[in-house]
Design a protein around this ligand. Structure first.
Ligand code: C2O
Ligand code: CU
Ligand code: CU
Length: 569
């Protein structure tokens, strides 16, 4: 059945995308600047193939959202509206922020609800991204097209002579792959048959004959891309996940696994009138790296397995008026934590399902960390705020897994006791831990302590993550006292009834609010406010007229209280 479908698919694809196809112009996502970002998640459609439209998830559009532009030092305010039919979350991948703003599996946004996290941007200039993170739904929601890029700017990067005209010589590129059903709908499967570059099939981009920057995200569910160019040219890696390398590193290939980002410079000076393909050279990958295997059938079979394929055609046109024509020799001076400053070394073990005690729940394809499936009520690790830690990921798995940690950017210390290659020696938040490899990395867990709300670490193959290859840690203040939520907080809301704003008043002094949730009387959350700034009240203008319950938690004592109020017109 599946095989028949495949054959039919291939025929369909060949007719839809002839070999010497007309290219489609690469979609360059629009940008949004702060301080306030309005993101609306909803189900929509997009014309990918001739005939029926494809149902997609969209953020302010159809398939893949706008690129968010942040400046280091700014505080950014998010209004995330869930207009999907399902619950979701929105995670700011790579951002250093309070756990309660992180958008992991705990910050569930029900349909119809607005979630309003905010934080001060402290990350280095670089490429980050946002995507849903609802446990057991992450793969499906990412496949639908929910997600987008984040570009952070900082003074160090801005002072360099680098291409930075968005969409001209600075090209954002989210790479993924999908399979379409015969009815032109996405298959919810870990591997696709066709590449999508920013949601464009068979994409082409005009680039000027000068130094061009590509900011690339592997946004795939499972596949790694062994990136290189059709003419074999070298390119310069200038940034890893969390910012600039000390200096550009010239390579001809870069293996980018799901969740990872790199920024590269390609020198196209003097090449006007020619074109080259950015390709995935996956035929040379070992079978232990997803994308390097070739399943003849079953849910993992796909037309791109163990093959080289094009991602983006770069059509080199005339140089523009303000070209960068040379690759800089130096970029920044990264200061990484030293091994001597580490106070804890944690050893985490990745195993195949055979090593697990509950194969019944697990099924045959699951992988686990520390012999334990993800349990949303279990805190796997407790980290003291401001500590430097070494995490040692020991793989006994026969497959490579992109290991990702929230909250921090880390520095790879070693792969199998050897220092990492220069092109991955920068700040990282995802590292591909290859089959039976041991990877050690170092990170400092500063700024945000929160004993209540955890951060995640997991395999960034969304299928594995959904199947439970995930754990969570809290960062705590070692001098603080940890408490569990309890009732007893007295809160009043005024004016009541209100038309625009609601102000809170507490019986006790010294309340600092950890969370406010406004729900309907039947218990459906409509507005979620992590650590809100309350001086100016809470804006409830958007709420329909009716009676609401406002629940609030105090940060220090974890006492909770609630109050009813009426929203009138
Ligand atoms: Cu990009 Cu926990 O995820
Ligand atoms: Cu993340
Ligand atoms: Cu995995």
């Amino acid at each position: 059945m599946l095989l028949l479908k495949r054959i039919f698919m291939t025929v369909l694809l060949l007719s839809a995308l002839p070999l010497f196809a007309q290219y489609n112009t690469l979609h360059i996502p629009g940008t949004l600047s702060g301080p306030t970002f309005n993101l609306r998640m909803k189900d929509t459609v997009k014309q990918f193939l001739p005939g029926q439209q494809t149902i997609t998830g969209g953020i302010n559009g159809n398939f893949w959202g706008p690129t968010l532009l942040f400046n280091q030092g700014d505080t950014v305010f998010m209004n995330v509206t869930n207009n999907l039919n399902d619950s979701t979350t929105l995670h700011w991948h790579g951002m250093h922020l309070p756990a309660v703003m992180d958008g992991g599996p705990h910050q569930i946004i029900p349909p119809g609800t607005v979630w309003q996290p905010y934080w001060k941007v402290t990350n280095n200039a670089g490429l980050y991204w946002y995507h849903p993170h609802l446990h057991e739904m992450t793969m499906e929601q990412i496949i639908s097209g929910l997600g987008g890029l984040i570009i952070v700017n900082d003074p160090i990067e801005s002072a360099l002579s680098l291409p930075r005209t968005y969409g001209v010589d600075d090209i954002p590129l989210a790479i993924t792959d999908r399979t379409f059903t015969t009815a032109n709908q996405f298959n919810v499967e870990p591997f696709g048959d066709t590449v999508l570059a920013n949601g464009t099939l068979n994409a082409r981009q005009d680039v000027p004959a000068q130094v061009v920057r590509l900011r690339m995200l592997n946004g795939a569910i499972e596949r790694s891309y062994n990136l290189g160019f059709s003419d074999g040219r070298s390119f310069s890696v200038i940034a890893n996940d969390g910012g600039l390398l000390n200096a550009p590193v010239s390579v001809t290939r870069y293996l980018l696994s799901p969740g990872e980002r790199i920024e590269i410079l390609v020198n196209c000076t003097g090449q006007s009138g020619t074109n080259i393909n950015l390709r995935a050279f996956n035929s040379t990958l070992p079978q232990t790296i997803a994308g390097g295997e070739n399943f003849p059938n079953g849910p993992f079979s796909n037309a791109l397995g163990r093959r080289d394929f094009n991602i983006l055609n770069l059509n080199i046109v005339a140089q523009n008026g303000n070209p960068i024509t040379a690759i800089p020799t130096a970029l920044t001076t990264n200061i990484f934590p030293t091994e001597a400053s580490a106070v804890v070394t944690r050893s985490l073990r990745i195993t195949d399902s055979l090593g697990v005690t509950n194969p019944v729940i697990l099924g045959p394809t699951a992988f686990v960390i520390d012999h334990k499936l993800f349990d949303i009520n279990y805190i796997n690790y407790t980290v003291n705020k401001d500590d430097v830690e070494i995490w040692e990921i020991v793989s006994n798995s026969n497959l490579a897994h992109p290991f990702h940690i929230h909250d921090v950017e880390f520095k790879i210390l070693t792969r199998n006791a050897v220092a990492p290659a220069a092109e991955e020696a920068g700040w990282k938040d995802v590292v591909l831990v290859k089959a039976n490899e041991t990877v050690r990395f170092i990170a400092k867990f500063d700024d945000y302590a929160d004993a209540t709300h955890p951060f995640m670490y997991h395999c960034h193959i969304s299928l594995h993550e959904d199947e439970g290859m995930m754990g969570q840690f809290v960062v705590v203040d070692p001098n603080g006292t940890q408490r569990l939520p309890e009732p007893g907080l007295k809160v009043d809301a005024y004016p009541n009834p209100t038309t625009e704003k609601i102000y809170l008043q507490f019986a006790d002094a010294d309340i600092s609010v950890y969370y406010v949730t406004i729900s309907t009387v039947s218990g459906r959350a409509v507005l979620m406010l992590p650590q809100p700034i309350l001086n100016d009240g809470i804006d409830v203008t958007a709420l329909a007229a009716g009676t609401y319950v406002l629940t609030v938690m105090d940060k220090k004592t974890k006492r909770m209280g609630s109050v009813k109020f009426v929203k009138s017109r």
